[in-house]
Design a protein around this ligand. Structure first.
Ligand SMILES: C[S@@+](CC[C@H](N)C(=O)[O-])C[C@H]1O[C@@H](n2cnc3c(N)ncnc32)[C@H](O)[C@@H]1O
Length: 301
């Protein structure tokens, strides 16, 4: 659809300002100007106008991520070394000082936008479940009988796993209140993008809550970012993961972890978590770090 610069009725933006903003957007492929003074949709502006998920993602970044990013360093100065979610850039930006989890609990509109933004993030090719399958590398013998997806949200990954492994049974548990009653004696537990929401203090608490449910030999699969060494990746990929890490700091006062930090986290929670495997797949944003629970002291299973 073509529009001339003429303002529509009720539009309070002066024409000159509108023209400057729109031409700035055009420089980023949002709209285009097929002839001087006439504006048309580009593929990008059309997507923004028509796709709710993309629209919510942009709204989330502009209204939530940027303002709280600006407050992250002031939050670090105010609460040096804090591991509390209420001591984040998000909290400093919130008039009531709430952390991200309180905001999402108390504000359904922002919770909806957050959920849509996360759904958008999951659509990135680097989050594709096919990478999880190849890193798990299960065959008929090694596929667990029962897997509990802890923090599995609405179950999209559990469904993908069920489709891919016909012998598998899956149960999804989410929210701290539910996790306190974790299903006991499953063969495997999956934590996908859940521990990265929490600082070490709280991630350790979550792992300790899991312990009473674990049988000897149970596997715990962590499907999360494993931060690479600083020069290990191409520039863009490295930039992306470093940004991811800092956005966890600003949103939740938490972090993305490297292999050593994952191993240390589990050892601090309980030395009976033994590292079994680290799988990293080119193209995948997430990796798999696999631990085995042994109830017989520190000996191998
Ligand atoms: C980033 S989402 C990831 C969802 C899902 N695992 C996936 O990969 O699509 C994090 C999920 O962890 C859940 N969560 C966060 N903290 C939790 C906790 N302490 N106990 C249980 N679930 C938690 C959230 O409710 C949310 O569904």
């Amino acid at each position: 659809m073509l529009r001339t610069w003429r303002r529509s009725k009720g539009c309070k933006i002066p024409e000159d300002d509108a023209r400057r903003f729109i031409r700035n957007a055009i420089a980023y492929y949002i709209f285009f100007e097929p002839r001087k003074g006439v504006v048309a949709h580009s593929a990008v502006s059309k997507l923004l106008a028509q796709d709710d998920m993309v629209n919510e993602w942009v709204g989330f970044v502009c209204s939530e991520v940027w303002p709280s990013a600006c407050q992250t360093v002031p939050a670090m100065q105010k609460w040096p070394g804090s591991e509390e979610p209420e001591h984040s850039g998000v909290a400093l930006n919130d008039p009531a000082g709430r952390g991200v989890w309180s905001i999402l609990r108390e504000d359904p509109q922002r919770a909806r936008r957050f959920a849509e933004a996360m759904r958008m993030l999951q659509q990135r090719p680097g989050h594709d479940a096919k990478y999880l399958f190849s890193m798990l590398n299960w065959n008929e013998e090694t596929t667990p009988g029962l897997l509990v997806d802890m923090g599995g949200s609405k179950g999209s990954i559990a469904m993908a796993l069920l489709r891919n492994y016909p012998g598998l049974k899956c149960c999804v548990q989410d929210l701290p209140e539910v996790i306190q009653g974790t299903i006991k004696n499953a063969d495997a537990y999956l934590l996908r993008m859940t521990l990265h929401d929490w600082s070490d203090k709280y991630a350790i608490q979550m792992l300790r809550q899991l312990v009473p449910a674990l049988k000897h030999g149970a596997k715990v699969f962590v499907n999360e970012v494993v931060m690479p060494d600083v020069n290990a990746l191409p520039f863009y990929h490295n930039q992306f993961l470093r940004g991811y890490d800092l956005s966890m700091k600003q949103q939740c006062n938490s972090k993305e972890r490297n292999v050593e930090e994952w191993v240390e986290l589990f050892a601090r929670a309980e030395p009976r978590f033994q590292l079994n495997k680290v799988a990293i797949e080119p193209g995948s944003i997430l990796s798999v770090v696999e631990f085995i629970w042994t109830s017989k002291g520190a000996e191998a299973v």
